[in-house]
Design a binder for this molecule. Structure first.
Ligand SMILES: CC(=O)N[C@H]1[C@@H](OP(=O)(O)OP(=O)(O)OC[C@H]2O[C@@H](n3ccc(=O)[nH]c3=O)[C@H](O)[C@@H]2O)O[C@H](CO)[C@@H](O)[C@@H]1O
Ligand SMILES: C=C(OP(=O)(O)O)C(=O)O
Length: 434
């Protein structure tokens, strides 16, 4: 297990370019399984989860060519279905969440798929029910082995139908959409997730020959086609990384410019940070955060305490709540952080409390943060990164803290943040990989 040693307290300065989006990459990479023609994808982040998925695709028989450091060409013209029966496949697919999205393409194109319970962050229950309810409505027959191995088959192909998802699951919508693209007839998905990465997937599928209407809404209508063709696709910048850098700049009192953010795709992320009193300036497509000694959390109009909570798009993403929470520890004022989707994502506040932050964990879903307004800095400690976003929140805390911190288990951070130590060093951070 690798660690980061951080000597905190010094402001950072400079420009940083966000990586391509992790969670978009996981969807888009799985979509290469939908066609035997070449698909070229650029702005692919060089991170653990994405590299593991590329390796899995390669081992499944997909031809993978690296054209540049962030650009790959894939061709799934000789997929080896027998590989799904090997223990190697089970180990690889079980090691990340994104592997779950091979289900839809494999079922749509080859009529079968199987999968162990996928990996990913241990942040509470992560049910797969929506995925399978949707795929079964299209004609898939599911067999469960125990509670954590799934086999699904559609020997006579899939048939389009109307469905109302029980929840707007991001990866669930991606799976059903990809399967429906190759089903016979019309599929209507109501209560579909509609975040920018899913919109990107829809646009890519349309370029491959799919007929999809309602892109960007929660009502998708897909006219199935018999086959899809090759395409080129470029990933959006990672909105969670952009939010993390905004939080890092504020918490460390740094002047940072985040380049090429595709600001219109960020939804309410910038305004949510503004509610914490953080100044953001849009300079063309860059976000400039000036050095701020103090930032003050807004209240509601009647003076009552602000709540920041997660919601499906266009609401605030749950993946940035840990960042908002840590940034609030040095704000002026009080905020209630309400993590509605996941019940185990706030336990990392114990470490912030050890560092001197004033946080009350009300219950697994809610924490009240009473900001210190820089009256007292956090103190460096040794801690372990429990999940990807808590890991980065702790890294931000360490960068702002007095003294030396050690963050263990940074493989969690490496899942989703490309060469983060080197990129932060370029901004002047004292961070070292041990
Ligand atoms: C690889 C990937 O893309 N992972 C993201 C994806 O995970 P993933 O697709 O696994 O997450 P889902 O959208 O399925 O759901 C996440 C959790 O939220 C709950 N839920 C979901 C929808 C809803 O309307 N109400 C509700 O309460 C679910 O029960 C589940 O516990 O979306 C999550 C929610 O944005 C993000 O945190 C993950 O980073
Ligand atoms: C929860 C996350 O990732 P995953 O779904 O891959 O575990 C995340 O990206 O914040």
């Amino acid at each position: 297990m690798a660690s980061f040693e951080v000597i905190g307290g010094a402001p950072l300065k400079g420009e940083i370019v966000p990586q391509g989006a992790k969670n978009e990459a996981l969807q888009i990479l799985c979509a290469v399984l939908l066609t035997s023609e070449p698909v070229t994808i650029s702005n692919i982040p060089d991170i653990r989860d994405v590299n593991k998925l590329i390796e899995l695709l390669r081992d499944m028989g997909v031809k993978v060519g690296k054209l540049a450091s962030d650009t790959y060409r894939f061709q799934a013209d000789a997929v080896n279905l027998d590989y799904l029966d090997t223990p190697e496949f089970v180990a690889q697919a079980g090691a990340l969440r994104g592997s779950v999205m091979i289900l839809g393409p494999m079922l749509g194109r080859f009529g079968r798929c199987q999968l162990p319970k996928p990996g990913g962050d241990k942040i509470g229950r992560r049910p797969m029910d929506t995925h399978f309810l949707g795929l079964e409505k299209l004609g898939g027959k599911l067999t469960l082995e125990g509670t954590d191995f799934y086999r699904i088959k559609a020997e006579n192909g899939l048939t389009g139908t109307y469905m109302m998802l029980d929840e707007a699951s991001v990866t669930g919508t991606a799976n059903i959409l990809m399967a429906a693209a190759l089903a016979q007839g019309t599929t209507t998905i109501y209560n579909a997730a509609c975040e920018p990465y899913l919109q990107q997937l829809c646009k890519m599928l349309v370029r491959m020959g799919a007929n999809i209407s309602g892109i960007g809404s929660n009502l998708l209508v897909i006219e199935g086609v018999t086959e899809l063709g090759g395409t080129e696709h470029r990933m959006l910048p990672d909105m969670i990384e952009i939010g993390s850098f905004i939080g890092m700049a504020a918490m460390t009192g740094s002047e940072i410019t985040i380049k090429d953010c595709q600001i219109p795709e960020l939804g309410i992320i910038p305004d949510t940070f503004r509610k914490l009193g953080i100044q953001l300036e849009f300079r063309g497509d860059d976000i400039h955060i000036p050095a701020q000694q103090h930032y003050e959390i807004a209240t509601y109009l009647d003076g009552s305490i602000l709540t920041v909570s997660d919601h499906t798009w266009p609401g605030f993403t749950p993946d940035l709540l840990s960042i908002v929470l840590v940034v609030a520890t040095q704000a002026k004022g009080t905020v209630l952080i309400h993590q509605k989707m996941f019940e185990s994502r706030l336990f990392f506040v114990d470490k912030l409390i050890d560092m001197g932050a004033q946080v009350i964990l009300c219950d697994p879903h809610r924490a009240t943060v009473i900001g210190l307004d820089q009256r007292q800095k956090l103190r460096g400690i040794t801690m372990t990164s429990p999940d990807i976003r808590a890991g980065v929140a702790l890294l931000i805390a360490a960068l702002s803290a007095d003294g030396r911190s050690v963050i263990e288990n940074v493989e969690q951070i490496d899942r989703g943040y490309q060469f983060i130590d080197k990129r932060l060093q370029a901004l002047g951070a004292q961070i070292r990989r041990l």
